[in-house]
Design a protein around this ligand. Structure first.
Ligand SMILES: Cc1cc2nc3c(=O)[nH]c(=O)nc-3n(C[C@H](O)[C@H](O)[C@H](O)COP(=O)(O)O)c2cc1C
Length: 206
């Protein structure tokens, strides 16, 4: 079973992160999710879903995972863990953990700047730092427009360090008919990077 870490920050577009979690679980993956404090607020504002509070205590985190599975209309038995942003004792904080890939979706410019500067003061930043140092797959889905020179330089640094940048910029050549189609296009591009099979969009030439 493949093991994934998905971080949902406070950039606009938490719906992308939620769709990604749904797809990775449906594909048979085991998923650890971290939603930042800003991510919780933006997620509630944009989707209506308020993730229950998490803490280092597993009791709280189980409730958050169950609530997310229920919101995604997935079976409660699927291997989803929701871990608190502050939990530096989680496996994802260590290079010795077996994590196949990490995706930050959507990634705020604040997160991008922190990781580009080598800052690792919470679990999402530390886990990204670990993926880069271990040369493991790290996919970032930045959501900002326009981008300043600082944003562009930070993304360039991360790409140079090995991260794959998949901007949340949907194409329109597949003729989307709904917001779902637009979301699926971006999430499908992320899954392509992870080598996960999906049917979220029709491929060019199919
Ligand atoms: C409704 C809303 C939308 C936001 N959208 C973005 C965005 O698209 N990109 C971004 O970089 N920050 C965005 N922000 C700002 C981030 O939430 C803010 O910088 C936050 O500190 C990021 O923290 P985090 O990286 O720990 O989640 C948004 C904030 C709000 C309230």
């Amino acid at each position: 079973m493949k093991t994934y870490v998905v971080v949902i920050t406070g950039a606009s577009g938490s719906v992308y992160g939620l769709r990604l979690v749904e797809q990775l679980l449906s594909a048979g993956g085991s998923v650890t999710v971290v939603v930042t404090r800003a991510g919780r607020d933006v997620m509630e504002f944009e989707t209506g879903f308020r993730l229950p509070e998490t803490a280092a205590s597993s009791e709280h985190s189980i409730g958050a995972a169950q609530a997310m599975l229920a919101f995604l209309e997935l079976p409660a038995t699927l291997p989803l863990r929701v871990v608190d942003q502050s939990d530096l004792f989680d496996a994802a904080a260590s290079g010795s953990a077996r994590i196949d890939a990490m995706v930050v979706c959507p990634a705020s410019m604040g997160f991008v700047g922190s990781v580009a500067a080598g800052i690792a003061t919470d679990l999402p930043e530390r886990a990204a730092d670990v993926m880069l140092k271990e040369r493991r797959p790290l996919v970032l889905v930045p959501r900002e427009t326009p981008m300043s020179l600082i944003h562009l330089r930070n993304l360039t640094s991360l790409a140079e360090a090995g991260a794959v940048i998949v901007p949340a910029s949907p194409g329109f050549y597949h003729k989307p008919g709904s917001i779902d189609d637009v979301v699926n296009f971006v999430v499908g591009k992320v899954l392509d990077q992870l080598g996960v099979e999906h049917r979220l969009f029709t491929r060019w030439g199919e």
